[in-house]
Ligand binder design. Sequence first.
Ligand SMILES: Cc1cc2nc3c(=O)[nH]c(=O)nc-3n(C[C@H](O)[C@H](O)[C@H](O)COP(=O)(O)OP(=O)(O)OC[C@H]3O[C@@H](n4cnc5c(N)ncnc54)[C@H](O)[C@@H]3O)c2cc1C
Length: 305
Amino acid sequence: MKETLLEELKTLLNEDSIRYNEPMSKHTTFRIGGNAAVMVFPKTVEEISALLKWKEENQVPFVTVGNGSNLLVSDKGFDGVVMKLQSNFNEIKMEPDGKITAQAGCSLYKLALFARQHGLSGLEFAGGIPGTVGGAVRMNAGAYDGEMSQVIEQVVALDGNGNRKVFSKEECRFGYRRSIIKEEEYYVVEAVFQLAKGEHDAIKEKQEGFDRLRRQKQPLEFPSAGSTFKRPQGYFAGKLIQDAGLRGYQVGGAAVSEKHCGFVINKEKATAKEVMQVIQDVQSEVQKQFGVTLEMEVEKIGDFT
Ligand SMILES: Cc1cc2nc3c(=O)[nH]c(=O)nc-3n(C[C@H](O)[C@H](O)[C@H](O)COP(=O)(O)OP(=O)(O)OC[C@H]3O[C@@H](n4cnc5c(N)ncnc54)[C@H](O)[C@@H]3O)c2cc1C
């Protein structure tokens, strides 16, 4: 990045909110990815807004990350600014009307626990998803018949120029792994959740049941970004991959999980290039054998050419 831009950036944030040449492998659950030229950790919404305005005016390559649990970052890294909200935007509060407000960087685990402690049901499905509120709202994360769209009341976000916008649940236009936040590139700042009254022990039991299922079925012992592919209509990605004979298929350190074929895992010091090779090979084999297109659910950051 240009020196002049870096100098300008220093006028927008405190020095302790900026890191240079930050390895993205430290910020993704895949534990993969080259360096981000700059990583920023804004502390206030005003700082986020100023950053967005600045990147827009200067056409700076810019991306935000939550917990990096749905990301594959290029081995070449990202020659731009990565904004991370997780450490400074993780407050949750109970509103007087029984709703919960959570900031974008708050983990879903913490949010689900908070809801349970307040005897509120509806977020049991989310406790085991290793993402943040921002990332989960954007892709309408879901599991075990639950998804964010069922519990969201309102989302506060900023547009690409840093202007604040409040979306009602309907305005979020949630669909399968999509929302207006994703389609029109908004930046989530906080979300309000409307949950049902429940009983603490029953909520706990339900959530622990889901957690047990995850441990049984998912390769949580290896770094990954969860389900690699979206569910193709009428099929299950994992089953198609298994039936194609690709269980355990490996390129370098990246492999199709033997435990759950829908997960590509970082088995041993995999590179992003190796992960992509496994993904592409799986896609073409499944297409060839069953005529089904597997679309990536995991999102790519950086240059993969
Ligand atoms: C073991 C494992 C299990 C998983 N299980 C599930 C599951 O059951 N269901 C499921 O849906 N997913 C699952 N995932 C995937 C992942 O956890 C979810 O997609 C999660 O919602 C991603 O959140 P994140 O904060 O990590 O986002 P990131 O991976 O950091 O980012 C994902 C996308 O969201 C954007 N983003 C992040 N924060 C914001 C923000 N504040 N505003 C706007 N955009 C933002 C990023 O730019 C990026 O485009 C799993 C992943 C793992 C590793």
